[in-house]
Ligand binder design. Structure first.
Ligand code: MG
Ligand code: ZN
Length: 161
């Protein structure tokens, strides 16, 4: 049976957007009410995935390892809250350096995730703080929600069915 999922952008949705690249653990701060919202969505039966552009890798600002440390941090924080972050997909490219098909607003990472985890797109959502996030989600037929950067997801509970 197909599963329903919530796809989350990272910076500005999971953690606070700093108007600069976030790759250090000390700069990574969850948005207000994040886990309270995840708990509600989890009880509704959603799986969680993070889909994130990490163009700072292509620019040489930080490494795959730095991103993976933050991926582990997110997964562990979900566990601490008795929740599960099923997977994290990131694009390490940047359009100023090299073209790819996985950087949002392109949808390759979401397509891979949907195929790997047998996700029902019509019952699933993409939540992002930029137009490129909702454009990527809409390309594959997901319901999309655009929030303001760093806004609590608790403000959007009633939009998710
Ligand atoms: Mg963002
Ligand atoms: Zn890419």
């Amino acid at each position: 049976m197909k599963k329903k999922a919530i796809f989350l952008d990272r910076d500005g949705v999971v953690n606070k957007e700093r108007q600069d690249y976030t790759w250090k653990v000390e700069d990574f701060e969850f948005t207000d009410g994040f886990f309270e919202a995840m708990k509600i969505f989890s009880e509704m039966g959603f799986l969680f995935f993070v889909i994130t552009n990490q163009g700072g890798i292509a620019k040489g600002l930080y490494s795959h390892k730095d991103v993976e440390i933050l991926n582990d941090l997110m997964c562990n924080a979900f566990k601490t809250n008795n929740l599960q972050l099923t997977d994290v997909y990131y694009c390490p490219h940047h359009s100023e350096i090299e073209k790819c098909l996985c950087r949002k607003p392109d949808s390759l990472l979401i397509e891979k995730c949907i195929a790997n985890y047998n996700i029902d797109v019509k019952k699933s959502y993409f939540i992002g703080d930029r137009q490129r996030d909702v454009d990527a989600g809409a390309k594959v037929g997901l319901n999309t929600i655009k929030i303001k950067a760093n806004e609590s997801l608790l403000n959007y509970i009633e939009l998710i069915k």
